[in-house]
Design a protein around this ligand. Structure first.
Ligand code: C5P
Length: 236
């Protein structure tokens, strides 16, 4: 089943309070169906409870908590996240962590693995004690994620084609670093337009500042969804 263009856009609620998040969600209305909650909002007062509120209101929720701990702790955390009604939850792509998360997921929760953080380069991996560089490590972890039965990977759109060749259509690719033509890149180094990211094989696009910081967030979201729809129509 192809995913509807509107449901392929995930808006990152990178704001400091539930009140600010709710004001944005109200403003975006039916233009957006999927929201990402990361550390900033999750660890604010009532931030995690807000994930439940959003899910109960019919929105899909992506908890970007990048879990990594001993298997039992990951498993119990994943069970709690399942009960919040989240659709996606991120973990770091270590085999033990991925196995624990996949075995513990309940309800409709899907596990997404972060192969190598995009802020890491080869030197950072070496400093952390790894013998391989970013490309080889990301490829190895993608293979492990596939074998373990992880539902999807977080990756930059630039990595999507090579990861797709490893994981086939079995796994979802979820890509941040999206900038509509003309938008500020901010601290993102490798950005792609929504259409280019979809063409590169992304299933879902995560967009923060180009929507959250727009003068008219609803119009910004609608423009991105329209761009996704045009790209989908080309392929169909
Ligand atoms: O504002 P912007 O569109 O750059 O936000 C992208 C979102 O995706 C942020 O919430 C950021 O934390 C997240 N993200 C990212 N790069 C990754 C993983 C997550 O930008 N590799």
């Amino acid at each position: 089943m192809p995913i509807a263009p509107r449901d392929r856009l995930i808006v990152a609620l990178d704001v400091a309070s539930v009140e600010t998040a709710q004001a944005l969600v109200t403003q975006l209305g039916d233009a957006v169906s999927f929201y990402k909650i990361g550390y900033q909002l999750a660890f604010s007062a009532d931030g995690l409870h807000y994930a439940r509120t959003l899910a109960d209101s019919g929105k899909q929720v992506f908890l970007d908590l990048k879990l990594h701990d001993i298997g039992n702790t990951v498993a119990e955390g994943v069970k709690s996240a399942s009960r919040l009604g989240a659709t996606f939850l991120t973990v770091h792509a270590y085999p033990q962590t991925m196995k624990a998360a996949v075995q513990a997921r309940e309800r409709n929760l899907q596990i997404l693995a972060v192969t190598v953080l995009t802020s890491y380069d080869d030197r950072d991996l070496m400093a952390a004690g790894y013998g391989a560089g970013v490309r080889a490590t990301a490829a190895e972890r993608a293979k492990q994620a596939l074998e373990i039965g992880v539902d999807g990977l977080i990756c930059s759109a630039a990595e999507a084609p090579s990861l797709r060749s490893i994981v086939g259509t079995e796994m979802l690719l979820v890509t941040p670093g999206i900038r509509p033509a003309g938008a500020e890149a901010g601290d993102q180094k490798r950005v792609m337009t929504p259409a280019a990211a979809i063409a590169a094989g992304a299933d879902y696009l995560v967009v923060g500042r180009p929507i959250v910081g727009a003068d008219d967030p609803r119009a910004a979201a609608q423009t991105i969804v329209a761009e996704i729809a045009r790209q989908d129509a080309k392929v169909a």
